[in-house]
Design a protein around this ligand. Structure first.
Ligand code: SAM
Length: 286
C-alpha cells in the first residue's frame, strides 16, 4: 500500500488546506522519506519518536522499519488523514501534542518500553532550533535525524574556523556528532518552500568535552558569539566584566592558553572548555 498512496488526493478529500504558520511543507517525492527512515537508524528493535507527521509519508516509512513509532502532531485537522494513511500499520500511533510542550522523557519511557530510541522529523521551519534542542536535551535518543533548511544543517555541522560555526554548532557538537546525510531540493515539497533543505543526523553521546560547569560553558559560548566581529577579550569582558576584574579575565585566558585577540569562531570545544573552567574558578572566588 505504501508506494500506492496518493497523499494529494487524500488531503483534498479531507478538505485539508496547508497552514504556513505551522510550517506545513509536506514531502511529495516518495524517495526522500524512505532515505530518511533508512538513515535515521530505525530497525526492528527501535522505537522512533517523530515530530510533525503531516499526512504520514515519513511515518509510514518509519513504521515499516521500526518496532514502534509515536508521532507528535499539533494540527488536529490531520488526525482523520493520518487514521487513513496509517490504517494498516498498527505499530504507528499519533499523539496530538506540541513538541515544545510535551514531556518527552515521560512519553519515550511509556512508549519505547526499554527499546533503543531515535528521533526523526521533517521539522517545521518556525521551530527548528527549540524543537531540536528539546529532542537533544531530553537525553532519550541515540540519534536525532532531522530535515532542516540546508543552511541551518551546514551551520550545525560546521567546524571551528568556518564562518558557519556558531553557538548552536557548539551546542550540537557538545552533545553529539552531526553529519549531513543528503540535500533535498525545494521541489520535493508541497507547497514548495523558498529554500532547499538537508537531512542531518546527530549521533548523541555523553558530553564530548569535560567541563567544571556545563552552565558556565554555555554562558561563555553565548558570550563569545554574541558579537562575532569583536575579539574574545571584548566579548568576555562585556559578559563577565561586572563580575570579574580585567586582570582576572586576562589570567583566565593565559591559563587556558587562548590568545584573547582570537575570535570565538576559531575556538574548538576543548578551547571553550578550558576558557570556561578558568573563568568559572575565578568567578566562584569572587
Ligand atoms: N512529516 C511530514 C512530511 O514530511 O511531509 C510533514 C512535515 S511539515 C514540515 C511539519 C509538520 O509539523 C506539520 O504536520 C505540522 O502541522 C507539524 N507541527 C508544526 N508545529 C508543531 C509542533 N509545535 N508540534 C508538533 N508538530 C508540529
Amino acid at each position: 500500500m505504501s508506494g500506492a498512496l496518493n497523499y494529494k488526493e487524500i488531503l483534498t478529500r479531507h478538505g485539508f488546506s496547508f497552514s504556513k504558520g505551522l510550517g506545513q511543507n509536506f514531502l511529495t517525492n516518495p524517495a526522500i522519506p524512505a532515505r530518511i527512515a533508512e538513515g535515521c537508524g530505525a530497525d526492528a528493535d527501535t522505537f522512533v519518536l517523530e515530530v510533525g507527521p503531516g499526512a504520514g509519508i515519513l511515518t509510514r516509512e518509519l513504521g515499516l522499519r521500526a518496532a514502534r513509532v509515536t508521532a507528535l502532531e499539533i494540527d488536529e485537522r490531520l488526525l482523520p488523514v493520518l487514521s487513513e494513511t496509517l490504517a494498516d500499520l498498527p505499530n504507528c500511533e499519533v499523539v496530538l501534542e506540541d513538541v515544545l510542550k510535551a514531556d518527552i522523557p515521560a512519553l519515550v519511557a511509556a512508549k519505547a518500553k526499554g527499546r533503543r530510541a531515535v528521533a526523526a522529523a521533517n521539522l517545521p521551519y518556525y521551530i527548528t532550533s527549540p524543537a531540536l534542542a528539546r529532542l537533544i536535551d531530553s537525553g532519550c535518543f541515540d540519534a536525532v535525524t532531522v530535515m532542516v533548511q540546508k543552511e541551518v544543517a551546514h551551520r550545525l555541522a560546521a567546524k571551528p574556523g568556518s564562518a558557519d560555526y556558531g553557538a548552536f554548532s557548539v551546542y550540537v557538537q557538545y552533545h553529539g556528532v552531526p553529519r549531513i546525510l543528503f540535500d533535498v531540493p525545494a521541489g520535493c515539497f508541497t507547497p514548495r518552500p523558498k529554500v532547499d533543505s538537508a537531512v542531518l543526523r546527530i549521533d548523541l553521546d555523553a558530553p564530548r568535552v569535560h567541563t567544571r560547569s556545563e552552565t558556565r560553558f554555555f554562558e561563555v559560548v553565548k558570550a563569545g558569539f554574541a558579537m562575532r566581529r569583536k575579539t574574545l577579550r571584548n566579548c568576555i569582558t562585556s559578559a563577565f566584566g561586572s563580575r570579574l576584574p580585567s586582570e582576572d579575565i586576562l589570567s583566565a585566558f593565559a591559563e587556558a592558553e587562548i590568545d584573547p585577540a582570537r575570535r570565538a569562531e576559531t575556538l574548538s570545544l576543548e578551547d571553550f572548555a578550558r576558557l570556561s573552567d578558568a573563568l568559572d574558578m575565578r568567578l566562584r572566588k569572587e
